[in-house]
Write a protein that binds this ligand. Structure first.
Ligand code: BG6
Length: 480
């Protein structure tokens, strides 16, 4: 691959929600930290009929709203980097004008495409037509990239006609989260975990992504998608693959992605009874009454807003270790965490003294709290005349405390910088996406065959009781 740092960044969907909430704030924050090439020009494009000035106003307002005040130092300088070209991407007509606005980059062009799935193909055709797909151009693709394997292949084929894989950057913003990357450091920069990171020592794994929000303003998208495709197909499977993968030989894009894809391909097809789906009814979140999903939607729907799955990675390391996954909207708290539940000690020397020991557990908090807690057994101080008492005590690494003075960065800061500089390690390769879809499609086919429909749950609860039963049947309690 030709390596270059782009000196032009072209943002499709520049006046959209993602751009205002995440992309522009991330770029501005990078700029303020001196991390953007001084030559980098950022060209926004979208349907909205704005000029440079109008786009800068949009950006200014977004930054005021979404960028923390202590990171807004360089806003004025940042706004000077921005220009704008309106475009109807459904036809090739406007792409010559867009190409003229982009001009001739000295080093290269990075494109960030966040657009409706129906616009992927025409946009790629337009970029080719406008000469914006040459050797010195790379493209970042934001989800949704299809709704199943077939449609994702159509999109990937269309993109592949214009860009080789080493210039395609598929975004999963979870990979941009610092704590997600820290999972790799935890596993592979410490000696003591890897020897016990397998079925001999681990009883099960839990991955929870809980959200308190409901539909927000994404009615049409979400109702066609549902929790399985919106969250499991991408973010949760990426987390699972990072937990389960073999050590890559280096932190490089091929080595890391080779190992992840092996895990994804080793996922066993989910059997009937190994998934539970739910849809929230009205309830309360943090004391605030909230409507049910169908009320928000304005009609009845069979879309799941919650899903729990008992997954298995069928390989030597993970034989017989269930991975319990659950995610949902309108759950009691916003939390993303991974729980590694270790097995009990093979023989307790304390049992004759009346002491009970609890198996060790490692909890990796991804958000909102970034911390890693290992529960260890310790003796309760005392003279033990009535027997020895043991208690589980936490060994805590609170990341913000350990790294005082470091900014909490938006996931897109890292991803945009890697896109501009051309590092694919934290982007999803086509074979990963396809393995993800294959597994998800089989789950959906199973649901269709068995006529599974989502069970109601009260907003503010942890999903339908069947999700609790899914784990409890195996003697497992969800970590809360
Ligand atoms: C997106 C989903 O990919 O991730 C949303 O489409 C979800 O439905 C969001 O709310 C969650 O991201 P985060 O970073 O807030 O956990």
């Amino acid at each position: 691959m030709k390596s270059f740092t782009a000196d032009r960044l072209l943002l499709f969907g520049a006046t959209g929600d993602l751009s205002g909430r995440m992309l522009l704030p991330s770029l501005c924050a990078l700029d303020a930290d001196g991390l953007l090439d001084p030559k980098l020009e950022i060209i926004g494009t979208a349907r909205s009929d704005l000029d440079d000035h109008g786009f800068r106003n949009f950006a200014r307002e977004s930054l005021e709203k979404f960028l923390p005040a202590d990171r807004r130092g360089g806003v004025a300088t940042f706004l000077n980097r921005l220009t704008y070209q309106p475009l109807d991407a459904s036809s090739t007509d406007g792409f010559d004008g867009l190409a003229a606005k982009v001009g001739t980059p000295e080093q290269g062009l990075a494109i960030f495409l966040s657009t409706a799935p129906s616009l992927f193909e025409p946009t790629i055709a337009g970029l080719t037509h406008g000469g914006l797909a040459g050797d010195n151009v790379r493209i970042g693709l934001e989800k949704p990239l299809g709704i199943d394997l077939g449609s994702s292949c159509v999109i990937n084929d269309a993109v592949a006609r214009a860009f080789p894989e080493d210039r395609i950057f598929r975004i999963d913003h979870y990979l941009g989260k610092e704590t997600v990357q820290n999972l790799l450091a935890l596993r592979f920069a410490n000696i003591m975990l890897e020897p016990i990171w397998n079925a001999n020592y681990i009883d099960h794994v839990q991955i929870t992504v809980g959200e308190t929000v409901g539909l927000e303003s994404r009615v049409a998208y979400y109702d066609d998608s549902g929790a399985l495709r919106d969250m499991v197909q991408n973010h949760m499977l990426q987390l699972l693959s990072l937990v389960a993968m073999e050590p890559p030989t280096s932190f490089d894009s091929t080595a890391v992605r080779d190992e992840k894809v092996k895990v994804l391909r080793a996922l066993r097809a989910v059997a009937e009874g190994e998934t539970v789906t739910g849809q929230y009814r009205s309830g309360a979140i943090c004391g605030q009454a909230v409507p049910g999903y169908d009320e928000e939607l304005g009609k009845d729907s069979d879309t799941e807003t919650f899903v729990a799955i008992k997954a298995h990675v069928e390989n030597w390391r993970w034989k017989g270790v269930p991975f319990y996954l659950r995610t949902g909207k309108r759950l009691p708290e916003r939390v993303t965490e991974i729980v590694i539940q270790f097995r009990p000690v093979p023989h307790s020397i304390f049992s004759g003294k009346g002491a009970k020991s609890v198996p060790n557990r490692l909890v990796i908090g991804i958000q909102p709290e970034e911390n890693i807690t290992l529960s260890m057994m310790a003796k309760v101080p005392g003279l033990d005349r009535d027997g020895i008492r043991l208690r589980s005590v936490p060994l805590d690494i609170a990341m913000p405390d350990a790294f005082v003075g470091q900014h909490k960065r938006i996931a897109y800061e890292r991803l945009l910088l890697d896109l501009v500089e051309g590092d694919q390690t934290l982007f999803v390769r086509r074979d990963e996406v396809e393995a993800q879809w294959e597994w998800i499609d089989a789950i959906r086919a199973g649901w269709a065959e068995s006529g599974l429909t989502p069970k109601p749950y009260i907003a503010g609860s942890w999903g339908p009781s069947a999700a609790i039963a899914l784990a409890e049947r195996d003697g497992v309690t969800w970590h809360e």
